[in-house]
Design a protein. Structure first.
Length: 89
């Protein structure tokens, strides 16, 4: 699959990806950020996409993993913040 074919498939999948991120995050700003991050990762990992595979499923996996990773980072940061506040008190 050449770059133009991949880009065309990617563009056609954006509206579905937006709906999925909105349902997952329930926050339009967070959903938009997640779509952008997912698309950026997809473009960077274009060579790992198999032409015979469902691009929506591939994008959903990238999006879900990105969301989970970001959530885990946020939780760790929040936990540290709470511990630091408790130490001060």
């Amino acid at each position: 699959m050449n770059k133009n074919e991949f880009d065309e498939k990617l563009v056609k999948s954006i509206s579905k990806l937006k709906k999925e991120t909105q349902a997952l995050t329930r926050d339009s700003e967070l959903a938009n950020d997640l779509v952008q991050e997912t698309l950026l990762k997809a473009l960077n990992k274009r060579c790992s996409y198999k032409a015979d595979k469902n691009i929506s499923g591939w994008l959903y996996t990238i999006m879900r993993n990105t969301y989970v990773n970001n959530y885990n980072i946020q939780q760790r940061y929040s936990s540290r913040e709470i511990e630091e506040r408790n130490e001060i008190l």
